[in-house]
Design a protein. Structure first.
Length: 319
């Protein structure tokens, strides 16, 4: 028993005794408190969003009125989060990025690295903007995903009407998403222009085999293709596209386990790296007071950000 106690005592001394434990507990409590306050703030913003209170300009938007670069950055955040269904927390995310950038700036000043104090925050903001761009779904991909349901609606409309203007208009009323706006645009254009010309221009507008095939199928109906044959062609197009969309989604699902492992390793690497710098004076001096250490520090976090970038690209459905 005495030997066990002696061994435990030596272990505590090796890790800095209770000071290490108290530091970890303090950081854990601080992190939990910040997370809880952030959850409460998200819930409040969700209620404000439902009450249309978000229409009132917030301080971040007012700051953007003076600085166009800030306005552009905030607009990118707002558009991205609105697309994901979280537009109510755009300003919170904006402030979060600003705070993290300031923390990086102050931390680099504390280590005496003036150049990195400017370079790291700018690189961080650039990386965030890059993530927004590659994470947003391509409009053509969205329309291709919506096409099978839209074609089903159009086939039902075809059984009731024969005029292409009416068919497109009625289908637009039954369709949701980006294709709803496209069909509504086609319907309005057909009221003032030749339907064939409208469909030809629309078919050449997007770089998509499926959208082009859909447009030229309707053009064939305007020429000499019967209604029954047109419906059959639309149904065939719908079935092929549905299989294509399913295959793409299945490929993404197969990648998820490896991506989860990559994210887990990245998080563990960041946490252990930060703890090593905070609690190990030798590591702190090496990483911030030697050229080799600065290179290793920059390269390490660069590889982590690169892993995140590649994971996002692998989860994205391409055309």
């Amino acid at each position: 028993m005495e030997q066990l106690l002696a061994m435990l005592n030596q272990t505590w001394k090796a890790v800095g005794e209770w000071q290490f434990v108290s530091d970890v507990l303090a950081l854990t409590l601080l992190g939990f408190t910040c997370f809880y306050l952030l959850v409460l703030l998200f819930e409040r913003r969700k209620r404000e969003y439902m009450l249309k209170m978000h229409l009132k300009r917030n301080p971040a938007q007012k700051l953007g009125d003076r600085f166009k670069s800030v306005e552009k950055f905030y607009r990118e955040i707002d558009e991205f989060l609105t697309e994901k269904g979280h537009g109510n927390v755009a300003d919170i995310f904006f402030y979060g990025v600003v705070i993290v950038s300031l923390v990086i700036f102050v931390a680099m000043l504390f280590t005496g690295q003036i150049v990195l104090a400017v370079g790291y925050p700018l690189a961080f903001i650039w990386f965030i903007r890059k993530m927004f761009r590659i994470s947003r779904k391509d409009p053509v991909v969205e329309m291709e995903e919506e096409m099978p349901a839209m074609i089903d609606n159009m086939i039902r409309v075809f059984t009731k009407y024969s005029d292409i203007r009416t068919i497109v208009y009625e289908t637009s009323l039954m369709t949701e998403g980006k294709l709803q706006a496209e069909l509504d645009f086609l319907s309005r254009q057909m009221n003032s222009k030749n339907p064939r010309v409208v469909l030809e221009e629309w078919s050449e507008k997007y770089n998509s085999v499926w959208l082009n095939s859909f447009g030229f199928t309707l053009i064939g109906y305007l020429d000499d293709t019967s209604k029954e044959e047109t419906i059959q062609n639309l149904r065939h197009l719908r079935n092929i596209l549905e299989k294509e969309n399913t295959a793409k989604k299945d490929a993404i699902k197969q990648r998820k386990p490896s991506l989860i492992i990559n994210y887990s390793l990245a998080v563990i690497a960041v946490v252990l790296g930060i703890m090593n710098i905070i609690f190990n004076p030798i590591a702190f001096d090496f990483f911030f007071h030697t050229y080799l250490g600065l290179f290793c520090f920059t390269a390490g976090f660069g590889f982590v950000l690169g892993t995140i970038y590649m994971n996002i690209r692998m989860m994205k459905i391409e055309k």
